[in-house]
Design a protein. Structure first.
Length: 317
């Protein structure tokens, strides 16, 4: 598989191939479930996540996701059951405890919700969603002062967290702090409107990206159609180029072979020249030896010549 995917469908296809090769890999089943959830394919995601926990019964994250799927279809009991399973797998995992509390709040059971939320916050004291759910539970209990106090604690760290402003406005209203409640409600409305505007901006940006992608697809399809029309001519041209290249290669190979033959001939001629040179050196050495011998005989020859001249003169007299 690749390190990074830009196409979710390609990622899903690769995951399915990996699973086909190794059906016991819980991680691949889990990742497939998350990918299908991103496409809101809840049926396929549920099947993949169930396969994940079959292969790894203590995969708490998979149980949490299964609980989310149950919640999506309004099955609070299923959501509670799966999150309790996740909490049993990993007691220090705060997310399932927060989800358990959410179910109890939906059922109007703030006491049970508070018990679960305190466990979530024990393992993650900065879990802002759990803290805000706890303010809701306090409000449902009628403990408005505890609700307001905790909302203020949340807003000290997360001043732009609209749900806390909203819960604090409710608590302040019930405490009779109407001016403060009005300010808190206005802040909650302002932040909610800002989130709404940001969401709209993201939607518009997404729509623009989608339109750009559509234009690119249309442009690509048009280019593909043009390429299909010109493809025969292009192939013929490329075939001619290939033939020319092949002929050039044949010529180059012939030239290379001729060059190799010529080089071999020159190497042979050089060897012959070396032999001739060596023979010439031997002949020179013989001539030099004969010359030296002749030079050594020259004095005796001159003496004999002088003796002959003397003898000739004597004979004439």
């Amino acid at each position: 598989m690749k390190q990074r995917y830009d196409d979710i469908d390609e990622y899903i296809a690769d995951l399915k191939m990996e699973i086909a090769a190794n059906e016991q890999c819980a991680t691949h089943h889990y990742n497939l479930g998350l990918a299908l959830l991103s496409k809101r394919d809840f049926v396929g995601a549920e099947e993949a996540l169930l396969n994940a926990v079959r292969n790894s019964p203590h995969l708490a994250e998979a149980y949490v996701q299964l609980g989310g799927i149950c919640l999506e279809r309004g099955d609070l009991e299923g959501c509670l059951r799966y999150n309790e399973e996740a909490a049993q797998c990993r007691a220090k995992f705060p997310v399932p405890w927060s989800n358990i509390a959410f179910v109890h709040l939906q059922r109007g059971e703030p006491d049970k919700a508070i018990t679960a939320l305190k466990k979530a916050l024990k393992w993650d004291p900065d879990f802002v969603q759990a803290k805000n759910a706890l303010t809701t539970a306090y409000y449902m209990q009628g403990d408005f002062e505890a609700c307001e106090k905790l909302c203020k604690e949340i807003l000290e760290k997360e001043p732009a967290f609209a749900p806390a402003w909203n819960n604090m406005a409710l608590a302040q209203f019930d405490l009779g702090k109407y001016a403060e409640a009005r300010q808190s409600a206005a802040k909650a409305a302002e932040l909610a409107q800002q989130e709404l505007d940001d969401g709209r901006a993201e939607i518009e940006s997404g729509e623009k990206e989608l339109a750009d992608a559509k234009n690119q697809i249309e442009s690509g399809e048009k280019e593909l159609e043009q390429n299909r029309e010109t493809l025969p001519d292009t192939l013929a041209q490329e075939k001619d180029k290939l033939t020319q290249a092949k002929n050039s290669l044949i010529d180059a190979k012939a030239q290379y072979e001729d060059g190799v033959k010529e080089l071999e001939d020159k190497e042979q001629a050089l060897e012959d020249a070396k032999v001739q040179l060596e023979n010439g050196r031997e002949q020179i050495e013989l001539l030099e030896s004969a010359l030296k011998e002749a030079e050594s005989l020259l004095p005796s020859l001159e003496t004999q010549y002088q003796a002959l001249e003397a003898a000739a003169q004597t004979a004439e007299q």
